[in-house]
Design a protein around this ligand. Structure first.
Ligand code: TGC
Ligand code: FAD
Length: 387
C-alpha cells in the first residue's frame, strides 16, 4: 500500500466528513483560483482583491461564528483546515482571512454589543466591510502592555491619539479594531475609515508577504463615538484573546506552505538529472525530503489534537504558543531547504519555495515572534516570567 506523501499518518482519517468537505472545497479554490495568479501578484506586490468576494461566497470569513451573524458555524478543526489550504496557496491570502475572521470579527462577536454585532458582522462575512487589527506600535510589538496609543473620554465620545505599525489590511480596511490605553486600562475601539484625523499609509519595499497589504495607522485627535467602543472587555486580555484565535489558525497555515514546497521538490528532483541520475535518487536529497515529511507529519498530528482541545473548550494559550513556534519553524526550514534543492531555479518566483520562505519570515514574526512563544512555554514549565 502506498502512503500519501503529504499525510504519511493519514491524519485525514481523523477528520469528520464535514471537515473533509471543507478541506476539499478550499483546496479546490486554492488550486483553481489562487495558484494561477499568486506568483504574479507577489511579484507585483499586489493583494489579489478580486478574490475577496469568492472567499466570502465560500463562507471563509467568520467561518466559526454563528450563522445568525453571517458566520458558518464551523468548528475549529474546519477553521484550521481552511487556513492550511489557503496558505498552501500563499500566506498573504491566509493572512487576509485570519485578520478578518479572528482579529476583527471575533472581537466584535466576543466583546461587542448586540447592536455592534448586527451592524458589522454580516457585512464582514460577505466581504463588503473589511477589517484590520491595530495592536502593534512602532516602539515594540512584543510588549503590547507598553502601549502609547491612548483614548480620552470627552463628553459622549472618545478622542484617540497615537499610531500603529505593521497592520495587515490597513489600507484596504473599512474599519480598524484599535486597542488603546484609557484611564480604565486597555480598551478596544472600532475606528471607521473616513473619521477625521485617521489615516493609513501602506508600507512599501517589503520582501515578504508581498501579496498582502501592510500599513501604518495614524490617529490625530480622532473622535470615536461611545457606540464604537467594545464594552465587554478591559485590559490586555482583550487583544491577547483575539491573538489566541488567530495564532491557532497560524498553527495550521504553515503546514500548507510546507506541503506546497515539498510537492514542488518531489517533482523537480525526479526530473533533474545530475551525475547520470535524478537528484531524487541521491541519499542526500532523500534524507532532506524524508526529514521534511517527518516534520510535516508531527505538525499535522499536533494541530488535529490542538483543534480537538479547542473544540472541547480546554485549549490553553501555551499549547497554541508551542504549536505556533513548532509549525512556523518547521515550515520556514522546509521552504529554505526546498529552495536549496531547486538550485538556481529556486531563486525566482516561478517556483513557490522562495515565495513561501520569504512569506514565512513574517509568519514566524507576527502574532508573537518565535522567541516570545518559546518564552511563553518556558514560563509554563518554570513558573518564572523571563520576558
Ligand atoms: P500577561 O500578564 O501574561 O497577561 C495579561 C492578561 O492577558 C491574559 N492572557 C491571555 N488571554 C488570552 N490569550 C492569551 N494568549 C493570553 N496571554 C495572556 C492573561 O491571563 C492576563 O489576564 P488577566 O485577567 O490576568 O489580566 O501579559 P504579559 O504582558 O506578561 O504578556 C506577555 C506576552 C509577551 C506573552 C504578550 O505581551 C504577547 O503575546 N506579546 C506578543 C504580541 C503579539 O503577538 N502581537 C501580535 C500583534 S497582531 C499580529 O501580529 C497580526 S498578524 C496577522 C496576520 O496578518 O495574519
Ligand atoms: P520587537 O518586539 O521590537 O522585537 C525585536 C526582537 O526582539 C525580536 O527578535 C523579538 O523576538 C526579540 N524580543 C522581544 N522581546 C524579547 C525578550 N523579552 N527576550 C528576548 N528577545 C526578545 N501587528 C498588528 O497589531 N496587527 C497586524 O495586522 C499585524 N500584521 C503584521 C503583518 C506583517 C507582515 C508583519 C511583519 C507584522 C505584523 N504585525 C501586526 C506586527 C507583529 O505582530 C510584530 O512585528 C511582532 O509582534 C514583533 O514586534 P516588533 O516587530 O515590534 O519586534
Amino acid at each position: 500500500m502506498s502512503l500519501n506523501p503529504y499525510d504519511l499518518y493519514d491524519t485525514r482519517s481523523l477528520l469528520t466528513e464535514e471537515e473533509r468537505a471543507v478541506q476539499d472545497t478550499v483546496a479546490r479554490f486554492t488550486d483553481e483560483r489562487v495558484l494561477p495568479i499568486i506568483g504574479a501578484a507577489f511579484d507585483e506586490g499586489r493583494f489579489p482583491r478580486e478574490l475577496v468576494s469568492e472567499i466570502a461566497e465560500l463562507g471563509l470569513l467568520g467561518s466559526s461564528l454563528p450563522e445568525e451573524y453571517g458566520g458558518g458555524g464551523l468548528n475549529s478543526v474546519s477553521y484550521g483546515l481552511i487556513c492550511q489550504e489557503l496558505e498552501r496557496g500563499d500566506s498573504g491570502i491566509r493572512s487576509f482571512v485570519s485578520v478578518q475572521s479572528s482579529l476583527c470579527m471575533y472581537p466584535i462577536f466576543a466583546y461587542g454589543t448586540e447592536e455592534q454585532k448586527q451592524r458589522w458582522l454580516p457585512s464582514m462575512s460577505r466581504g463588503e466591510t473589511i477589517g484590520c487589527f491595530g495592536l502593534t506600535e512602532p516602539h515594540g510589538g512584543s510588549d503590547p502592555a507598553n502601549m502609547k496609543t491612548h483614548a480620552r473620554k470627552d463628553g459622549g465620545d472618545w478622542v484617540l491619539n497615537g499610531s500603529k505599525m505593521w497592520i495587515t489590511n490597513g489600507n484596504l480596511a473599512d474599519i480598524a479594531i484599535v486597542w488603546a490605553q484609557t484611564d480604565d486600562g486597555i480598551q478596544g475601539f472600532v475606528v471607521e475609515k473616513g473619521m477625521k484625523g485617521f489615516a493609513a499609509q501602506e508600507i512599501k519595499h517589503k520582501m515578504s508577504l508581498r501579496a498582502s497589504v501592510t500599513s501604518g495607522l495614524f490617529f490625530d485627535n480622532v473622535r470615536v463615538p461611545e457606540a464604537n467602543r467594545l464594552p465587554n472587555v478591559k485590559g490586555l486580555k482583550g487583544p491577547l484573546g483575539c491573538l489566541t484565535q488567530a495564532r491557532y489558525g497560524i498553527t495550521w497555515g504553515p503546514i500548507g506552505a510546507a506541503i506546497a514546497c515539498l510537492d514542488e521538490v518531489l517533482g523537480y528532483t525526479k526530473e533533474r538529472i545530475l551525475f547520470d541520475r535524478p537528484v531524487a535518487a541521491t541519499q542526500s536529497a532523500q534524507l532532506k525530503m524524508a526529514d521534511m515529511a517527518r516534520r510535516i507529519t508531527m505538525a499535522q498530528l499536533m494541530v488535529v489534537q490542538l483543534g480537538r482541545l479547542k473544540d472541547a473548550g480546554t485549549m490553553a494559550p501555551t499549547q497554541v504558543s508551542l504549536a505556533k513556534w513548532n509549525n512556523c519553524r518547521m515550515a520556514i526550514d522546509i521552504a529554505r531547504q526546498c529552495r536549496d534543492l531547486l538550485g538556481g531555479a529556486g531563486i525566482t518566483t516561478e517556483h513557490c519555495a522562495i515565495r513561501h520562505a520569504m512569506n514565512l519570515e513574517s509568519v514566524i514574526t507576527y502574532e508573537g515572534t518565535e522567541t516570545i512563544h518559546q518564552l511563553v512555554v518556558g514560563r509554563e514549565l518554570t513558573g518564572i516570567n523571563a520576558f
